[in-house]
Design a protein. Structure first.
Length: 130
């Protein structure tokens, strides 16, 4: 299971850093499930070309259940673009769903809620220290 969290501004460098971190992790397997919490994002700064590059460089198997949780319509649209590029332009089926409510993502990915709550609590604590 992979838990991803982003806040503030998220850009192509952030996405590629996260991708490379996963690839370097010996415990990572491409069949893992993922929940990405983007509800604290203010801005996603990705060009069309960058979205296409992200779609072409998937690290997860097409069957892996992956959920993106977003708060705004704009961020929902950008996540939808990645999904569309995967399936339309590069002809790769992906199992990505986009949600506005974390509990819906948890049910869809099928992981215990307490595991998710603990993981995101820990991830957030690294970013909100004074």
């Amino acid at each position: 299971m992979v838990f991803s969290y982003a806040y503030g501004t998220f850009n192509f460098t952030d996405a590629m850093d996260r991708r490379n971190h996963l690839l370097r992790d010996p415990a990572f397997r491409s069949d893992f499930k993922q929940i990405a919490d983007f509800t604290d994002l203010d801005t996603i700064q990705l060009s069309g070309d960058e979205i296409e590059r992200l779609a072409e460089n998937q690290v997860f198997n097409p069957e892996s259940r992956r959920a993106c949780v977003v708060a705004s319509g704009l961020n929902h649209g950008l996540c939808r673009m990645v999904h569309s590029y995967c399936e339309g332009k590069i002809k790769m089926a992906v199992n990505i769903e986009i949600f506005r409510i974390l509990d819906e993502a948890i049910r869809w990915v099928d992981v215990p809620r307490d595991v998710v709550t603990e993981a995101f609590s820990e991830l957030r604590s690294h970013h909100y220290r004074a």
